[in-house]
Design a protein around this ligand. Structure first.
Ligand SMILES: Cc1cc2nc3c(=O)[nH]c(=O)nc-3n(C[C@H](O)[C@H](O)[C@H](O)COP(=O)(O)O)c2cc1C
Length: 145
Protein backbone atom coordinates (compact mmCIF):
# COMPACT_ATOMS: atom_id res chain seq x y z
CA UNK A 1 0.00 0.00 0.00
CA UNK A 2 1.02 3.63 -0.40
CA UNK A 3 2.51 5.07 2.78
CA UNK A 4 3.22 8.46 1.18
CA UNK A 5 2.39 9.58 -2.37
CA UNK A 6 4.49 12.73 -2.64
CA UNK A 7 7.63 11.37 -1.01
CA UNK A 8 7.20 7.91 -2.51
CA UNK A 9 6.94 5.39 0.32
CA UNK A 10 5.33 1.96 0.04
CA UNK A 11 4.36 -0.38 2.88
CA UNK A 12 3.35 -4.01 3.20
CA UNK A 13 2.66 -6.39 6.02
CA UNK A 14 4.52 -9.62 6.74
CA UNK A 15 2.35 -11.99 8.72
CA UNK A 16 3.37 -14.58 11.31
CA UNK A 17 4.73 -17.94 10.25
CA UNK A 18 6.31 -21.10 11.73
CA UNK A 19 9.66 -20.21 10.15
CA UNK A 20 10.77 -16.61 9.72
CA UNK A 21 9.61 -15.52 6.25
CA UNK A 22 12.53 -14.97 3.91
CA UNK A 23 10.98 -11.71 2.79
CA UNK A 24 11.62 -10.26 6.24
CA UNK A 25 14.95 -12.03 6.79
CA UNK A 26 16.30 -10.74 3.46
CA UNK A 27 15.05 -7.19 3.93
CA UNK A 28 16.54 -6.97 7.44
CA UNK A 29 19.87 -8.22 6.05
CA UNK A 30 20.05 -6.15 2.84
CA UNK A 31 17.93 -3.12 3.82
CA UNK A 32 16.82 -2.88 0.17
CA UNK A 33 14.41 -4.86 -2.00
CA UNK A 34 12.07 -4.74 -4.99
CA UNK A 35 8.27 -4.63 -4.94
CA UNK A 36 6.98 -6.28 -8.11
CA UNK A 37 3.34 -5.57 -8.90
CA UNK A 38 1.42 -8.45 -10.44
CA UNK A 39 -0.67 -8.39 -13.63
CA UNK A 40 -3.67 -10.73 -13.98
CA UNK A 41 -1.82 -13.07 -16.31
CA UNK A 42 0.54 -14.10 -13.50
CA UNK A 43 -2.10 -15.32 -10.99
CA UNK A 44 -0.99 -18.97 -11.08
CA UNK A 45 2.68 -18.11 -10.67
CA UNK A 46 1.91 -15.81 -7.74
CA UNK A 47 -0.10 -18.52 -6.05
CA UNK A 48 2.81 -20.94 -6.50
CA UNK A 49 5.18 -18.43 -4.90
CA UNK A 50 2.83 -18.09 -1.92
CA UNK A 51 2.79 -21.82 -1.05
CA UNK A 52 4.91 -23.17 1.81
CA UNK A 53 8.38 -24.34 0.80
CA UNK A 54 11.60 -25.15 2.52
CA UNK A 55 13.72 -22.03 2.92
CA UNK A 56 16.15 -23.47 0.35
CA UNK A 57 13.59 -23.76 -2.47
CA UNK A 58 13.92 -21.24 -5.31
CA UNK A 59 10.60 -19.59 -6.08
CA UNK A 60 11.97 -18.52 -9.44
CA UNK A 61 12.72 -22.13 -10.30
CA UNK A 62 9.31 -23.32 -9.07
CA UNK A 63 7.23 -20.65 -10.80
CA UNK A 64 9.20 -20.20 -14.01
CA UNK A 65 9.41 -16.45 -13.36
CA UNK A 66 12.70 -14.87 -14.40
CA UNK A 67 14.88 -12.03 -13.10
CA UNK A 68 16.11 -8.72 -14.45
CA UNK A 69 18.91 -6.81 -12.72
CA UNK A 70 17.91 -3.72 -10.75
CA UNK A 71 19.72 -0.39 -11.13
CA UNK A 72 19.81 1.06 -7.60
CA UNK A 73 19.43 -1.99 -5.36
CA UNK A 74 21.07 -5.41 -5.35
CA UNK A 75 17.86 -7.45 -5.35
CA UNK A 76 16.75 -8.39 -8.88
CA UNK A 77 13.35 -7.55 -10.38
CA UNK A 78 10.77 -10.02 -11.66
CA UNK A 79 11.04 -9.66 -15.44
CA UNK A 80 7.41 -10.67 -16.12
CA UNK A 81 6.01 -7.88 -13.88
CA UNK A 82 5.14 -4.72 -15.78
CA UNK A 83 5.70 -2.35 -12.85
CA UNK A 84 8.48 -2.73 -10.30
CA UNK A 85 9.65 -0.48 -7.47
CA UNK A 86 13.24 -0.55 -6.27
CA UNK A 87 13.06 0.31 -2.55
CA UNK A 88 15.32 1.15 0.37
CA UNK A 89 14.16 0.14 3.81
CA UNK A 90 12.82 2.99 5.90
CA UNK A 91 11.49 1.12 8.91
CA UNK A 92 9.98 -2.07 10.20
CA UNK A 93 7.21 -1.81 12.75
CA UNK A 94 5.99 -4.73 14.77
CA UNK A 95 2.29 -5.17 15.48
CA UNK A 96 1.73 -8.30 17.57
CA UNK A 97 3.18 -11.16 15.52
CA UNK A 98 3.13 -9.19 12.23
CA UNK A 99 5.54 -6.64 10.84
CA UNK A 100 4.83 -3.67 8.59
CA UNK A 101 7.74 -2.88 6.29
CA UNK A 102 7.99 0.68 4.97
CA UNK A 103 10.39 1.49 2.13
CA UNK A 104 11.36 4.53 0.10
CA UNK A 105 11.00 4.12 -3.66
CA UNK A 106 14.39 4.87 -5.21
CA UNK A 107 13.39 3.91 -8.76
CA UNK A 108 10.15 2.90 -10.46
CA UNK A 109 10.09 0.85 -13.67
CA UNK A 110 7.02 0.72 -15.90
CA UNK A 111 6.80 -1.22 -19.13
CA UNK A 112 6.88 0.92 -22.29
CA UNK A 113 3.48 2.31 -23.25
CA UNK A 114 1.91 1.93 -19.79
CA UNK A 115 2.43 5.50 -18.61
CA UNK A 116 0.51 8.25 -20.42
CA UNK A 117 0.63 11.86 -19.22
CA UNK A 118 2.28 10.66 -16.02
CA UNK A 119 -0.58 8.25 -15.23
CA UNK A 120 -1.20 4.53 -15.58
CA UNK A 121 -4.55 3.37 -16.91
CA UNK A 122 -5.54 0.45 -14.65
CA UNK A 123 -7.58 -1.25 -17.39
CA UNK A 124 -4.59 -1.28 -19.75
CA UNK A 125 -2.37 -2.53 -16.95
CA UNK A 126 -4.74 -5.19 -15.54
CA UNK A 127 -3.43 -5.53 -11.97
CA UNK A 128 -4.24 -8.69 -10.03
CA UNK A 129 -6.13 -8.23 -6.76
CA UNK A 130 -6.18 -10.87 -4.07
CA UNK A 131 -9.40 -11.66 -2.23
CA UNK A 132 -8.25 -14.50 0.06
CA UNK A 133 -6.84 -18.00 -0.22
CA UNK A 134 -6.79 -18.97 -3.90
CA UNK A 135 -9.28 -16.28 -4.99
CA UNK A 136 -8.21 -13.25 -7.00
CA UNK A 137 -9.93 -10.48 -8.90
CA UNK A 138 -9.27 -8.12 -11.75
CA UNK A 139 -9.91 -4.38 -12.01
CA UNK A 140 -12.57 -3.81 -14.69
CA UNK A 141 -15.67 -2.24 -13.15
CA UNK A 142 -14.32 1.17 -12.32
CA UNK A 143 -16.82 3.50 -10.63
CA UNK A 144 -16.11 7.12 -11.52
CA UNK A 145 -17.95 9.80 -9.52
C1 LIG B 1 -1.36 -13.50 -3.50
C2 LIG B 1 -0.65 -13.69 -2.21
C3 LIG B 1 -0.45 -12.60 -1.38
C4 LIG B 1 0.22 -12.75 -0.17
N1 LIG B 1 0.41 -11.65 0.60
C5 LIG B 1 1.08 -11.78 1.75
C6 LIG B 1 1.33 -10.63 2.57
O1 LIG B 1 0.92 -9.51 2.25
N2 LIG B 1 2.03 -10.80 3.72
C7 LIG B 1 2.51 -12.03 4.09
O2 LIG B 1 3.14 -12.13 5.14
N3 LIG B 1 2.29 -13.13 3.36
C8 LIG B 1 1.59 -13.03 2.20
N4 LIG B 1 1.36 -14.14 1.44
C9 LIG B 1 1.87 -15.43 1.90
C10 LIG B 1 3.36 -15.55 1.57
O3 LIG B 1 3.51 -15.48 0.16
C11 LIG B 1 3.88 -16.86 2.09
O4 LIG B 1 3.86 -16.84 3.48
C12 LIG B 1 5.28 -17.12 1.58
O5 LIG B 1 5.56 -18.47 1.71
C13 LIG B 1 6.35 -16.30 2.26
O6 LIG B 1 7.55 -16.53 1.53
P1 LIG B 1 8.99 -16.11 2.04
O7 LIG B 1 9.38 -17.00 3.18
O8 LIG B 1 9.85 -16.34 0.82
O9 LIG B 1 8.95 -14.67 2.44
C14 LIG B 1 0.68 -14.02 0.23
C15 LIG B 1 0.49 -15.12 -0.63
C16 LIG B 1 -0.18 -14.97 -1.82
C17 LIG B 1 -0.37 -16.16 -2.71
Amino acid sequence: MIASVEEGYLAFSVGPSEHPKRTLVNIRRDREYVINTVPEALASQVQLCGEKYTPQASKFGLSGLTTLPSERVRAPRVAECKIQFECRLHSIMRFGESHTVVGEIVLMHARAGLVRDGKINPVDYGPLGRIAGRNYCGVRDIISV
